[in-house]
Design a binder for this molecule. Structure first.
Ligand code: AMP
Ligand code: GLY
Length: 424
């Protein structure tokens, strides 16, 4: 009999992983808590939130789950993997101790310093007056002020000068904009360069990088507008050469995995460092301990191997024994969002065109909901339309051609995802 797998989350990432798992002969049933209008097409939705650890542990028992696969960040620092492993359930994902690498920037900065992983120089504070005195002791200039805890990606404030840094300290430490996530604050050097990221599948000892990818964080075409969770992605990245990937593996991924193991916090799950590439080298800005969204959507499209086989080998500490194969074909994912996202937008609009999508194109749902009238919008990022092609331009044309068939009131997409010059 095949496995019964539990996922937690409700994004396009969870739909993509559930879709990939649904093709595995080793998987019988997939449950997604809470899931969305797309996950219900390939899995069973369970109405439990990703921060309800007691609820998830109970559901795992009630549903006879025999594997948990971590995709989103919330449950792991709260100890879901620890609780499930105590009950003998294999998990692909970090324990609460290992998830500190994402959940506490103060901890992860110290970790990087201790293990020779290049990162912006920094100081950590719990006292507002001491933080202010530190900022005032530096020559005036740009600084980055970060709430140490999880802050839904909004806790890093890039400040042009000391006035801005002092205002950021006031916001985080006095006004407590991010609540307890701001109990500790990191003040760091502001780096100049361009950003990229990497993903690695890890079993606590062995880490294997996935192909490179580029995501698009700004809301509007041309890189304008506010930061979002991600408006599209493609893989392999045109910016990341094979040589740079190897450097990131050697200087960031491998020392991170070795360092975590040496601390007795072996890192199991997906490690996703964010990096700044500067004239003096690659700096780690932060670690995420999960798959990126929408990067997961295009990586699942390129993955040729059985993802369940890979994750169960990783859960057992046997990643070195499996080959992970990726398609040579590039993949492109275009997010169709609700107009106004990431600020205010309306939901509940009927989504048209889902039945007009090409058979070899995958539409992964994020903010959607099934209703008796049909599938309606239920969030900011509504869907990711993903396609592969023999070349990036072909994958891009196919993704856009299909994304344009999706209709709902206020639908918006960037028009420049994967618009890069191909070198070959
Ligand atoms: P983080 O949550 O630490 O990844 O920071 C969020 C964003 O803030 C990053 O994606 C960068 O755009 C920016 N950022 C963070 N740290 C720095 C830094 N030291 N120098 C310049 N920009 C930064
Ligand atoms: N694509 C950005 C993220 O997952 O954080």
């Amino acid at each position: 009999m095949g496995a019964r797998v539990l996922l937690a989350g409700q994004g396009g990432r969870e739909h993509a992983v559930a879709w990939k798992l649904s093709q595995s002969p080793e998987v019988d049933e997939i449950y997604v808590a809470p899931g969305n209008g797309g996950t219900s097409q390939v899995a069973t939705n369970v109405p439990i939130g990703p921060r309800d650890i007691d609820g998830l542990v109970q559901a795992a028992a009630d549903l006879n789950i025999d594997f948990y696969l971590a995709t989103m960040d919330d449950p792991q620092p709260l100890g879901l993997v620890d609780r499930l492993r105590e009950r003998g359930l294999p998990c692909y994902g970090p324990t609460a101790d290992a998830a500190q690498i994402e959940a506490s920037k103060a901890w992860s900065k110290q970790f990087m310093v201790d293990h020779g992983i290049t990162t912006a120089s920094h100081r950590t504070f719990t006292d507002h007056r001491e933080a202010v005195a530190y900022v005032e002791s530096l020559p005036d200039g740009p600084l980055v002020v970060k709430a140490s805890g999880l802050a839904a990606g909004k806790g890093a404030l890039v400040c042009d000068d000391h006035e801005g840094a002092l205002a950021a300290l006031d916001l985080i430490m006095v006004k407590r904009e991010f609540g307890a996530s701001g109990d500790q604050v990191v003040v760091e050097e502001c780096l100049q360069g361009w950003e990229t990221s990497a993903h690695a599948i890890c079993d606590g000892e062995t880490a294997v990088m996935t192909p490179s990818s580029t995501d698009y964080k700004r809301a509007l075409t041309g890189g304008l507008g506010l930061n979002t969770g991600g408006m599209g992605a493609y893989s392999p990245s045109a910016d990341v050469t094979a040589e740079m990937n190897a450097t990131i593996d050697r200087d960031v991924v491998q020392p991170t995995i070795a360092g975590m193991a040496a601390l007795g916090r072996p890192f199991n799950g997906t490690l996703y460092p964010g990096l700044m590439v500067t004239e003096t080298g690659n700096y780690v800005l932060e670690y995420n301990a999960r798959l990126g969204d929408p990067e997961a959507q295009i990586l699942m499209l390129r993955l040729e191997s059985d993802f369940f086989t890979v994750c169960s080998a990783a859960a057992a500490g046997e990643l070195a024994s499996v080959d992970i194969e990726w398609s040579d074909e590039p993949a492109v994912g275009v997010v169709v969002a609700s107009g106004g996202y990431p600020e205010s937008y309306t939901t509940g609009h009927l989504i048209g065109g889902l039945d007009a999508i090409d058979e070899d194109v995958q539409v992964f749902h994020a903010g959607t909901k099934e209703t008796p009238e049909g599938i309606v919008t239920n969030g900011g990022r509504v869907l990711t339309v993903t396609a592969r092609g023999p070349r990036l331009a072909a994958a891009r044309a196919k993704a856009y051609d299909n994304a344009r068939r999706i209709t709902f009131e206020g639908a918006y997409m960037r028009t420049d995802i994967a618009q890069v010059e191909e070198t070959e």
